[in-house]
Design a protein around this ligand. Structure first.
Ligand code: AMP
Ligand code: GLY
Length: 419
């Protein structure tokens, strides 16, 4: 089988490695992929947002199946365009990907269908938003409506910071059109849990839960990043909590999307906060999380391609989705300076013996040598019988990987250990 994977980060590398465990998969194309995954996939220099060229390539190569992993192409209708050419796909169509593409849409959906989330107001006018902030409870949370590379959420600790955030989004156009509407919402507290779920629009099969570490520095200090490490399962997500989430959040969300004529098929990511008043939705993503995927898929016992095809065909109810009863930890190695300015182009050494559990996000091949090419360079994942052993294993991998200016958090998993 020939499979095409749209995207080029660590998440895509983890998806590709898992797909290749199925012996029927003989060719995987990654568009664009990155130099660090060239042993696992044929990387083709077509950008993940270049829908026309993606479709042309898929038709020309007669691929049997396509997995569209990142948010941008999903929101732009990549799945719709591939399906029009008769190519079966994993991922939601554009009309369902809007659950991530517009925070206003997702907040209104939750309100309409009584799905627990933070109280909120929507503003299309900067002055109205500023007036509201005069009396809004502080801290408050300001969210750009559209996609903003994971940077569109500001937790404002003071009224002044809140106003500044609104002004940069709405008046100064910090995120372009994505910030022309904003959501201002209630600040919630409690442990955060990421739950990715396969769904074919009828059945929901949650994957093992996970915990992201979004801040750049140890003890959650510093700037927000795309994610500096993950562990799975998340110890806060007990069976009881899972049952409540299924009843009050997962099933109602699938039903709500169906009722809106926007059936969601693919991986739906629930970003949850376990508040003193029960689990609430912080955000939906229309895709696998990064770096959640790098701990969740290594724990998947079932065949990934089989599960994905069941999602596409609407037969998920008849397809077992089983996870190993083990623990995983992924530590992200980044270029020093990330998420702000950083240097790249440093030689990257990953010993061949550990390459199986290293997911490369930002690397390129230059003059036959692997070099760093991004802020987040790679994630090293270990699977073990206990969380402490998984953490130790991941850090042991990190110690064997070398590139200049490497930076990583030293405390991935510590919060989970204390839970
Ligand atoms: P996002 O970029 O949407 O993943 O949000 C970034 C982070 O902001 C989340 O992981 C939460 O830690 C935090 N956050 C978002 N919304 C809220 C909220 N209503 N209350 C408290 N924290 C929030
Ligand atoms: N790790 C957070 C995300 O994928 O959005």
């Amino acid at each position: 089988m020939k499979i095409l994977v749209v995207g080029g980060g660590g998440r895509e590398h983890a998806i590709i490695k898992k797909l290749k465990e199925n012996p029927a998969v003989n060719t995987v194309y990654a568009l664009p992929g990155n130099g660090g995954m060239s042993n696992d996939a044929i990387c083709v220099d077509i950008g993940a947002k270049d829908i026309d060229r993606i479709v042309a390539f898929a038709v020309e190569q007669q691929v049997d199946y396509a997995v569209v992993a990142p948010d941008d192409p999903l929101v732009l209708g990549c799945v719709d365009a591939l399906e029009e050419k008769g190519i079966p796909c994993f991922g939601p169509r554009a009309n369902a990907a809007i659950i991530e593409g517009s925070k206003v849409f997702s907040k209104n959906l939750m309100k309409k269908y009584n799905i627990p989330t933070a109280a909120y107001e929507v503003f299309e006018d900067c002055d109205a938003a500023l007036a509201y902030l005069e009396t809004a409870p502080i801290p408050t949370v300001i969210k750009a409506d559209g996609l903003a590379l994971g940077k569109g959420v500001i937790i404002a600790e003071t009224r002044e910071d809140a106003k500044q955030a609104v002004i940069s989004m709405m008046r100064d156009g910090q995120f372009g059109k994505s910030g022309s509407r904003v959501v201002i919402e209630e600040f919630l507290t409690g442990p955060e849990v990421s739950v990715l779920a396969f769904t074919d629009g009828k059945t929901v099969a949650p994957m093992v839960s996970s915990m992201d570490h979004k801040r750049a520095g140890d003890n959650d200090a510093g700037l927000n990043t795309g994610g500096m490490g993950t562990v799975a399962p998340n110890p806060y997500y007990t069976d009881d909590v899972a049952a409540v989430c299924m009843e009050t959040i997962f099933l109602p969300t699938i039903a709500a999307m169906n009722a809106e004529g926007r059936t969601f098929k693919g991986c739906l990511y629930f970003g949850l906060m376990l508040t003193p008043n029960g689990p609430k939705v912080i955000e939906y993503n229309c895709r696998f999380g990064d770096p959640e995927t790098q701990v969740v898929l290594p724990l998947l016992e079932s065949d990934l391609l089989t599960v994905m095809q069941a999602v596409t065909n609407g037969t998920l109810a008849d397809t077992p989705v089983v996870f190993k009863k083990q623990h995983a930890c992924c530590v992200i190695m980044a270029s020093n300076g990330y998420p702000q300015a950083y240097d790249k182009g440093f030689a990257l050494h990953i010993p061949a013996e550990i390459a199986d559990t290293v997911y490369v996000a930002g690397a390129a091949i230059k003059d036959g040598q692997l070099v760093t090419a991004g802020g987040r360079v790679l994630g090293a994942t270990a699977v073990a019988e206990s969380l402490p052993a998984a953490i130790d294993g991941a850090y042991a991998l990190v110690k064997q990987i070398r590139f200049d200016n490497a930076y990583y958090r030293k405390d991935i998993g510590q919060k989970a250990l204390k839970a």
